[in-house]
Design a protein around this ligand. Structure first.
Ligand code: AMP
Length: 171
């Protein structure tokens, strides 16, 4: 069994006092560990007909893209406000630190498109819940959600009731 936690570093008080930031850059930069993480995150969704993997800006992009390639799917960026060039739909959310809104192109998920949502960390679940709302508002059909890290003590999965929520490591 790969010990993914060994490659995730805790950074106390970043970006704000009281937050323990999970730094995944050591995991991403190790070829074997990165490949194992992408394979393990993709596995539950092989054969599920995923057509598009939606990744949340910005660390979500780094995982959504290889997972999409692995699943033979396309990739769609869900971005912070004001970054996408064409007509968008948006949803607002509360972070573990601060609040913001996320956007996707209004035509990113043609009706019935099977979508897998990917991000690096499931913390309070606010971001992921907003992303699901956005995907479904545009027309996507959510197959499931996959996170490298789940901060279980923040109960994020309670914001995703009835959804298939997968994570590789929990704290
Ligand atoms: P939340 O909406 O609270 O579930 O926060 C999830 C989003 O915030 C993800 O996109 C993460 O990248 C980021 N995030 C939240 N908490 C942390 C943390 N402790 N370490 C790293 N990223 C975090």
């Amino acid at each position: 069994m790969t010990d993914f936690k060994k490659h995730i570093h805790d950074v106390p008080d970043f970006p704000k006092k009281g937050i323990v930031f999970k730094d995944i850059t050591p995991l991403l930069s190790d070829a074997k560990i990165f490949a194992a993480a992408v394979d393990r995150l993709s596995e539950p969704f092989v054969g599920k007909g995923v057509q598009v993997v939606a990744g949340i800006e910005s660390r979500g992009f780094l995982l959504a893209t290889p997972i999409a390639y692995r699943l033979g799917a396309g990739v769609v960026p869900i971005r912070k406000k004001g970054k996408l060039p064409r007509a968008v739909k948006s949803a607002s959310y509360a972070l573990e630190y601060g609040t913001d809104s996320i956007e996707a192109h209004a035509d990113a998920f043609p009706r019935g498109t099977k979508v897998l949502l990917v991000d690096d960390v499931l913390a309070t679940g606010g971001t992921a819940a907003a992303a699901v709302e956005l995907i479904e508002a545009i027309g996507g059909s959510l197959v499931g959600t996959a996170f490298l890290i789940e901060l279980g003590f923040l109960s994020g999965r309670q914001k995703l009731p009835g959804r298939d929520v997968r994570s590789l490591v929990s704290y």
